[in-house]
Design a protein around this ligand. Structure first.
Ligand SMILES: *Cc1c(COP(=O)(O)O)cnc(C)c1O
Length: 371
C-alpha cells in the first residue's frame, strides 16, 4: 500500500500566476457575459487548434448539445453514433429529440467502424456523430465520403482529442463541427469548459444565440437559446494552461512511453493500434486485458483497488446498455464495443505522475500476471 494514485489529475498554473491573472476582475467587475478573457481565449484556441471558427462554451456537453441543435434536424431523425463513449455523446443526441442508431466499433482502435455505417442509413438519417475515443482519430476520409454520398452532417465528439493533428491539420477541421471538452480531467482544462470548432461562419452566430438566450440586444431576442457561456475565471484558467500545453503534452508523452516500455513485456496485456500521420496528445493510456492474462479485467481492477490505485473502466457499460437507455433503442451487433468494454482498463496518466508511481502501477500488473 502507498498513497492513492488517481487515474488523472488536472494540470494547473502556479497559484501565484492564476491569482495575478484574475486580479483585474476585481477592478472591472466583469465576471462573465463574453468578457475580454472569453474573447481572448476564443481567439487563442482557434489559433492553437488550427481551426477556422470556434465558439467557447461552459462545458463539453453543452457544446455538443448546442452543436447538434445548431443544425435544426427534424425531431425523431436518426443519428448514427458509437456506444463506446462517455454517456454525454448519447445524452446530447437524445436530449435533442433525436434517435441514436448505434454502430459497432473497430477492435483495433475503438473508433466507429466506418464499414458498418452505410447499412444503418435510412431515409430518417440526418447525421453521423463519431468519437475520436482516447484521442484516436476516426477514419475521417471514409466518414466524409459516406456523409457526402447521403447528404449527412458529421459532428465529431473530439472531447479526447485536444491538440491532436491528422495529416498535419488540426483534428477540428474534419466534419461539419467538432466538439472539445476542457473539463478538469481532460488533457487541457479551463476547470470546466468546452468549444465547438467549425468552418461555416454562419454557425458562429447560431451558436452565439444558443449559448446566450438568443439575446442580440437589450430589446431583441431572436432565438430560444440556452445559457452556456464560459465565465471569466474559467477563461483565465484556460489562458494560463494554454501557455504550458506543449510542455504538458510532452510530460504525458514521456510517462506514456515509459509505461509502454515496461508493459509490452507482460504477457496478456495488449494495446490499441496507433494510427499513422497523427500527432498525438497522450490523453489516456488504455490497456487491453486479454483472455490469456492470469486475471480478468474486473479482477485486475479489484487488485488495483486493493493497492489504492484508481484505474477506470472507460467505457463500461457501453452507453447502449446503460440503465437510462436499456430497451429503448436497437442495440444488437455491438460485439466489438461490448468486448472492449469488458477488457479495457485506463491506467493513471497525467503530467505530475511520478515515475515511482508508474512503477507501482506496472508492478501490480506484473505481479498478478504470474498468478
Ligand atoms: C468529457 C467528455 C464529454 C463531456 O465533456 P464535459 O466538458 O465534461 O461536459 C463528452 N464526450 C466525451 C467522449 C467526453 O469524454
Amino acid at each position: 500500500m502507498g498513497e492513492k494514485i488517481f487515474v488523472t489529475q488536472p494540470s494547473m498554473p502556479t497559484f501565484e500566476e492564476y491569482v495575478d491573472a484574475i486580479r483585474p476582475l476585481w477592478d472591472s467587475r466583469w465576471l462573465t457575459n463574453m468578457g475580454s478573457y472569453h474573447k481572448q481565449l476564443e481567439k487563442e484556441l482557434k489559433k492553437y487548434l488550427d481551426v477556422p471558427e470556434l465558439s467557447l462554451m461552459v462545458n463539453g456537453h453543452m457544446a455538443l448539445e448546442l452543436a447538434i441543435q445548431a443544425f435544426d434536424f427534424p425531431e425523431n431523425s436518426e443519428v448514427i453514433t458509437t456506444p463506446y463513449t462517455f454517456v454525454s455523446t448519447t445524452h446530447a443526441i437524445v436530449r435533442n429529440h433525436l434517435i441514436p442508431i448505434f454502430c459497432d466499433v473497430k477492435p483495433e482502435d475503438g473508433t466507429i467502424d466506418e464499414t458498418q455505417i452505410e447499412e444503418l442509413i435510412t431515409e430518417k438519417t440526418v447525421a453521423i456523430i463519431p468519437v475520436h475515443v482516447y484521442g484516436k482519430v476516426c477514419n475521417v476520409e471514409a466518414i466524409e465520403h459516406i456523409a457526402y454520398k447521403y447528404n449527412l452532417k458529421v459532428i465529431y465528439d473530439a472531447a479526447h482529442a485536444f491538440g491532436v493533428k491528422y495529416k498535419g491539420k488540426g483534428i477540428g477541421n474534419y466534419g461539419d463541427a467538432s466538439v472539445f471538452s476542457f473539463h478538469a480531467t481532460k488533457v487541457y482544462n479551463t476547470i470546466e469548459g468546452g468549444a465547438v470548432a467549425f468552418s461555416d461562419h454562419k454557425l458562429y452566430e447560431k451558436l452565439y444565440n444558443l449559448k446566450n438566450f438568443g439575446i442580440r440586444n437589450e430589446e431583441l431576442v431572436v432565438a430560444v437559446g440556452a445559457n452556456a457561456k464560459m465565465n471569466e475565471f474559467c477563461a483565465i484558467m484556460g489562458l494560463c494552461n494554454l501557455k504550458y500545453i506543449a510542455q504538458a503534452i510532452d510530460n504525458r508523452k514521456y510517462r506514456y512511453k515509459y509505461y509502454l516500455e515496461k508493459l509490452k513485456r507482460i504477457q496478456g496485456i495488449g494495446f490499441f493500434e496507433e494510427a499513422g500521420q497523427t500527432t498525438k496528445n497522450y490523453a489516456y493510456l488504455p490497456i487491453i486485458v486479454e483472455e490469456r492474462y492470469a486475471l480478468s479485467r474486473d479482477e485486475l481492477y479489484e487488485e488495483f483497488r486493493r493497492e489504492d490505485i484508481y484505474v477506470r473502466k472507460y467505457f463500461y457499460p457501453i452507453t447502449a446498455d446503460e440503465a437510462c437507455f436499456r430497451n429503448k433503442y436497437k442495440k444488437d451487433a455491438l460485439e466489438n464495443a461490448r468486448m472492449l468494454s469488458k477488457h479495457v482498463l485506463i491506467l493513471p496518466l497525467y503530467e505530475q505522475l511520478e515515475i515511482e508511481q508508474i512503477d507501482r502501477v506496472v508492478q501490480t500488473i506484473q505481479k498478478n500476471s504470474l498468478k
